[in-house]
Design a protein around this ligand. Structure first.
Ligand SMILES: C[S@@+](CC[C@H](N)C(=O)[O-])C[C@H]1O[C@@H](n2cnc3c(N)ncnc32)[C@H](O)[C@@H]1O
Ligand SMILES: [Zn+2]
Length: 378
């Protein structure tokens, strides 16, 4: 949090922060939301945004000035920010916004009551997504977007089993791909609460910023959750192998390393969580091309990494683990991906960890390819 009365510039927005919440480091989460909103506006011909926890109002400014929003409702629960927010948003045309100071749940339910549904509902909460994801659905129009947040790393990284059960109804364990696990818990949570209301959520993009997990999802009429895309992730602490586990196999989880060793492998299970695509590649493509047009090279690069990882298996292998378990130098990421592809596997970087790769190659094959590469035979 920063306290400052100087003018801050982010994108096309100029604003003051004073005592309100603002993290310059979260700009990338705002940039991607603006791109997704602008693509939505191009496709649907309208964009009405509900920013449920607006802080100093940087998002409403950017949604109107950059994404071309026709209307933004800026809500901030803390009434002490009223004057600051009014001053910051005063640059917008008066008929494009509204400011309120209510509890977010109250806002969502009043939208439902008034049949006033939004094209994009942005919920930038502290902590886990519950219960805001559930109530935010009441304010989102069918086909519209919902932007969910988790800032509680402990509940998604396997360090607080009780909390992950309470928030996500999921038993979560620690392993090397926990950053992606956080995104998949958020997607699974959203898909499950939507399905309970006979609705569906489709991922648009999923973003891990280093501390915060954010997912932009599209609300659709039919439930998207199935036993196939909502299941379990198994990790073997003995050898490093990941695998997905369906509901019918829960009592029979083994690891390929079992045949090579007398000792039973230590396999841990996380879930249920979302096992389907992490992003919608079509929308990412449109967002990346808009980022090019706007001369946003780092955002365009990130979106292209996301495009590559969108449909790969729901985990990644850190290069450090490959080196350590293979008792060799840490392999070069791009050379390892090229070698895996030459062996007929899919391989891509992951935006969650620059020092890791995603691949459909089983762990043992990945290790063998990395070893051969180390010996100059890759
Ligand atoms: C993470 S900050 C928002 C930051 C802002 N969206 C941005 O991008 O800079 C969360 C904000 O939500 C407000 N807030 C917390 N709980 C709320 C609730 N239940 N209803 C409405 N606002 C709430 C807090 O006062 C805080 O300003
Ligand atoms: Zn194993």
């Amino acid at each position: 949090m920063s306290r400052s009365s100087r003018l801050i510039q982010e994108g096309q927005a100029s604003f003051r922060v004073d005592g309100a919440f603002y993290r310059a480091k979260s700009a990338i989460a705002r940039d991607l939301a603006i791109l997704a909103a602008a693509v939505y506006r191009q496709r649907r011909g309208q964009l009405r945004v509900l920013d449920a926890m607006t802080g100093c109002g940087v998002r409403p400014l950017r949604y109107v000035l950059e994404a071309g929003a026709d209307w933004v409702w800026a809500n901030e629960g803390n009434p002490d920010q009223a004057e600051l927010l009014a001053q910051n948003l005063a640059v917008l045309p008066p008929d494009t916004y509204r400011i309120t100071h209510q509890d977010a749940h109250q806002v969502f339910f009043s939208c439902y009551q008034d049949r006033d549904f939004y094209d994009l509902v942005d919920i930038d909460n502290f902590g886990g997504p519950a219960p805001f994801a559930s109530t935010g659905l009441w304010a989102t129009r069918l086909g519209g977007l919902l932007y969910l947040t988790n800032t509680d790393g402990r509940s998604t990284s396997g360090h607080d089993l009780g909390r992950s059960l309470q928030v996500y109804g999921a038993g979560v364990r620690s392993h090397p791909a926990v950053h992606e696990q956080g995104l998949r818990l958020l997607l699974g949570h959203g898909a499950q609460i939507a399905a309970a209301r006979r609705l569906g959520l489709e991922p648009v993009f999923s973003l891990f910023t280093g501390q915060v997990h954010r997912v932009m999802v599209r609300l659709v009429r039919k439930p998207t959750l199935t036993p196939k895309n909502y299941g379990f992730l198994a990790y073997c602490h003995s050898c490093g192998h990941f695998q997905t586990v369906g509901w019918g196999k829960l009592s029979r989880v083994t690891c390929p390393c079992q045949t090579q060793s007398q000792a039973a492998p230590t396999v841990v299970l996380s879930g249920p969580l979302w096992l389907g695509p992490l992003h919608d590649p079509e929308t990412l493509k449109a967002m990346a091309s808009l980022a090019d047009t706007w001369d946003w090279p780092s955002q365009a690069n990130l979106l292209r990494v996301m495009q590559q990882e969108a449909t790969l298996p729901p985990y990644y292998y850190p290069l450090g683990d490959i080196g350590r378990r293979g008792q060799m130098d840490i392999p070069n990421r791009d050379r390892l991906m090229a070698a895996l592809q030459a062996h007929g596997h899919q391989a891509a970087p992951t935006h969650c960890d620059r020092q890791a790769i995603k691949t459909d190659a089983p762990w043992a094959d990945c290790l063998a390819v990395a070893k051969a590469l180390g010996k100059g035979r890759g």
